[in-house]
Design a protein around this ligand. Structure first.
Ligand code: NZQ
Ligand code: ZN
Length: 390
């Protein structure tokens, strides 16, 4: 293992079909006013909202509702949530939804007691709240598997006015205090969002896996997670009601991005940087935006990262490699990745998401670029990747 690191993950998880039963106990740790953030209504249609509200009422909580947290939450909506939390002096923020609601809740939690311009400080300048700044606690009841937001400190917010989507990973003070993961709650996720979530998970693992050449325990963990995801995704796309597959996907999502498999690694995250920009311009589901630029990106990274791509082919896709050169093995691995993406129905081009050639300069412009993984890209390279992804 390279480097020096500390590992502390403060999020307590409750997993399984009975997991919502533990909400009542968790609520005893917090004051009476609960800000309940949720999305555009799916939790009302599938009955999860009623279950949660009943538990909150039974626990004697005052519920302050903040509905309509949109997918890819905006700065405007963040301002609204901060205002509601300030006006109502809330004690706990409860996120009921997918990664968007969970990210958003952490963003509100960080900003409520910050006196300056929180957008500028936390997202544009990528700072963390000062030691001693009060932060509201967040609990998450997750309804969609993908982002890992339930056990990390990531918050991705979109400045819709400037078509700019930017994430900030706070320190562990902003990780949810607890998260409730009931795989049954994910059964009503629309087909496209389930698939987007699956690729988001895969790409989180790849972003961490494709860096460095040392022998690192983190990479073995990553390979195990990818293998599990590939098996379960194939089952889930055929039968979305398969509990075993959906529960494995949910658990894999959490471990794909709760900091563990990135330890001792430089990591990459450029597919996410390009994907965020594509998402801001096309409004595509996050995982679809990642999928649409992945093949062009990894084809570029393959030769500079050849030994890792060979390992990916062999350990993740079971390519024996007999009689093949390293380059051929690595190419076969990427081919297997592509075949799996097609098999589960992911978009492989940005044009499928509605991107047009005239958007390429804008998408390039709003992509954050830095040396990462096995590449040191320029803005011109981003343009080329986007063109190849048309
Ligand atoms: O609005 P509602 O009604 O909740 O509907 C949502 C939304 O339309 C729906 N949905 C969720 N659970 C459902 C359901 N529909 C029916 N039944 C259910 N059980 O699915 C749609 C997508 O939900 P959303 O929360 O937007 O998806 P996801 O979990 O993929 O979150 C995406 C956001 O997370 C950010 C992304 O950039 C994006 O803004 N990310 C956060 C990360 C982190 N915290 O570390 C990392 C990721 O890379 C990602 O960037
Ligand atoms: Zn992601």
């Amino acid at each position: 293992m390279q480097g020096n690191f500390s590992y502390h993950n403060p999020t307590k998880l409750y997993f399984g079909e009975e997991s919502l039963n533990y909400l009542k106990d968790e609520l005893t740790h917090y004051g009476p006013k609960v800000l309940l953030n949720y999305g555009s209504g799916s939790v009302k249609r599938n009955g999860i909202y009623d279950q949660v509200v009943a538990i909150l009422k039974e626990a004697g909580k005052t519920i302050i509702e903040n509905p309509d947290v949109m997918t890819n939450p905006t700065l405007e909506k963040l301002d609204e949530g901060v205002k509601i939390a300030r006006e109502n002096d809330v004690d706990l923020i409860l996120a009921l939804g997918g990664g968007s609601v969970c990210d958003y809740s952490k963003a509100v939690a960080a900003s409520v007691f910050y006196e300056g311009n929180y957008w500028d400080q936390f997202w544009l300048k990528q700072q963390n709240p000062a030691e001693g700044q009060r932060l509201l606690p967040v609990g998450c009841i997750l309804t969609m598997a993908g982002t890992g937001s339930e056990m990390n400190a990531g918050t991705v917010i979109t400045d819709a006015e400037h078509t700019f989507k930017v994430g900030h990973v706070f320190d562990d003070r902003l990780m949810p205090k607890f998260s409730i993961l009931n795989p049954r709650f994910t059964m009503t996720v629309p087909d496209n969002q389930m698939k987007a979530g699956i690729y988001d998970i895969m790409n989180h693992i790849m972003e961490q896996y494709f860096s460095d050449f040392d022998d690192n325990t983190s990479d073995y963990l990553a390979e195990g997670l990818m293998r599990s995801l590939i098996v379960s995704s194939r089952i889930a796309v055929k039968n979305p009601q398969d509990y075993e597959a959906r529960s494995n996907i949910m658990w894999t999502a959490t471990w794909a991005l709760n900091t563990l498999i990135g330890l001792g690694k430089q990591q990459d995250w450029m597919v996410h940087m390009i994907g965020h920009s594509v998402g801001a311009w096309t409004h595509a589901p996050h995982g679809y935006a990642l999928a649409s630029v992945s093949m062009a990106y990894y084809r570029r990274a393959m030769m500079p990262g050849l030994p890792k791509f060979v390992r990916f082919a062999k350990n993740v896709w079971n390519i024996s490699g007999e009689g093949m050169t390293d380059q051929q093995i690595a190419e076969a691995g990427l081919q297997a990745l592509k075949a799996w993406m097609l098999e589960i129905g992911l978009p492989l081009t940005i044009s499928e998401l509605g991107a047009t050639r005239d958007m390429i300069p804008g998408i390039t412009e709003t992509t954050v670029v830095y040396p990462a993984g096995y590449l040191n890209l320029t803005k011109e390279d981003i343009t080329e990747i986007l063109k190849e992804s048309m």
